[in-house]
Each structure stands twice: as structure tokens, then as C-alpha cells.
Design a protein around this ligand. Sequence first.
Ligand SMILES: [Zn+2]
Length: 321
Amino acid sequence: VNRFRFIAKSLIHGAIDWSGRSYLQRRNLRGKLIILTYHSFCTKWPRGLFNSIPINRFEKQVRFLKGNFQLVSLQQGIDNLRQGRRADKPYLAITIDDGFQDNYTLAWPVLQRYGVPATIFLATDFIDTGRSPWPTQLIEILERTKVQIMETPYRAELGTLDQRAVVARDLKKSWGSLPPMERFERLKQFRQHLRVNEDTHYPPLTWNQIHEMKAQGVQFGSHTVYHSILPKVKESVILKESNGSKQRIENVLHAPCQLFAYPDGKHNLPSKKILLSAGYLAAVTQDKGFNLDADNFLELKRIEVPFHDPMSSYRVRVSLA
Ligand SMILES: [Zn+2]
């Protein structure tokens, strides 16, 4: 069913794209800010649970963006909206969440080659300890396990990718409200149960790499310390997540850290209040859409790019939302 829907969607997108509608839509987007979300990049076709973009696809996407948008850093895009500036083309900012090392090894050379600005949101515990953000660990365990039937925390078959995706979604939901250290403990047990070793295919950036990219214009923002889903945890945890990561980034980079990306894009009123008092100026969600001048800067909308997008779908996605 999924595959059929995917093919149907691709055909429809192809037709919309062919008709030139996305081009017209882009023209209507003048003065607005489009923010794209990426996470990770790879050289081989991904296994299907973790959203990693093949780098040759990313390069095609960047080439398309260069021709059709005014590419800006997130900070510049926000400033443009605040001041009501309008360029001939809509503004577009690339953001990358979590802080995977492939941002440096794969995406950064492409961004440099085309002179494209980007903002990377760091989950600082990931950079400091190498311990992957908990949703990434969960996905990686389920991607790599050879165990066919899982017995705990409940019994489930893991024969197909779809079955694994359902388990990933369930456990993400039920573990989201746990305190950060307890989540890591659950993951440790889960990893042992499904016999997946500790090393990861998705290591973090090093602070040296971050320094080097920053020196050449890449901006860095906070994506919390432990990647807690803010509306699901206590306010004391939200406070630590937002302040802890901000301080860590500011201490290492000797520059203010004023941009924030909500883990999973999830936000609520308490989290926004805490971000404001922590000194953040803007925060990006995963609410789908474009940003207008009147928008709330603590609820900036973004468009997530999935790895399986053919160019026709991608063009429509970034033009129509
Ligand atoms: Zn994230």
C-alpha cells in the first residue's frame, strides 16, 4: 500500500511540477521565508528507518535551490522578515538538526562548493559524549538487529521494515516522557535484548569540526542537551535542556547562541516561555509551511526533506508545502 501511494504521489507531483504550477507558486512566495529541515547525509541508499539523504541527491537539490530562491542563513532570513525586505526570489534557509558528523564530511563540501549558508542545531550531549540522541539510537537498533521476534518491552515481530517502523514509533511515544538518563537505561537494555553493539553508523560532529565550519560562516544553534521532546517532560527538564545546551555552545564557540530547534519540532507554551527567558531569539518547529513577516519567531515553520523524494516531489515540496 505504501509503495503504491508513493508511486501515485510521485506521478501527481511530476504532473504538478510539469505544469509549471510550482514555479508560479514560488513567485507568490516573494518576501516569505522557507526553512528546510535536514538531519543526515549518506553515500549509499539508506535502509529506510533513518532519514539520511544520499549526498548526490542533496547536491541536485542545492543546485535547484540556488536557481530558484534567495538562499540566506536562518538569522539573515529572520532579519529580512522583521524588516519586511523582499528580494526577487523567496528567501530560503537550510537547517540541519542533531549534529551528525556527515554534516561535515558530506554536506559541508557541497554547501561550500555552491556557497550556500546553513544552520546546524546541536544536541550537545551527543557532541560531548558520542551517545546518539535517543530517537536515533532507537531507530538504529531496530535497523540493525537480526533478531526477528522482540520479547520486551512487548512481543512483536521484526521481520519487515514496516514492522520495525511501527515498533520505533510506539517506543518513541512511550519513552518520550521519561527522564533523560532513564531513557538511556531503557535503550541499553533494548540494545542488549536485540543484540546490537554500541558503535554507531551515525557519529557526531567534533567540536573541532564545528569550530572549523563556524569560522567559515556556518551558524550553530541549540537542539537541547538530551533531545527531550519538550511538551512531554517536566518544566525542570525543559529548563535544563534549553539552558544547558545554550551555555555549552556559547562557552565553546565564544559567541551568543540565540537560535533553537525543538526536538521533533514539538513545542508548547511552557517551552516557549522558558526559551524566551533563556535568551533565545527564535525557534524552529516542524509545523509545515512558510513564514510570513507577522509570524511568531518562537514558532517558525519548517519543511522536512525525506530521503526518498525524487526531484519532482522535492520541487513541489519546497514550493507548495
Ligand atoms: Zn533532532
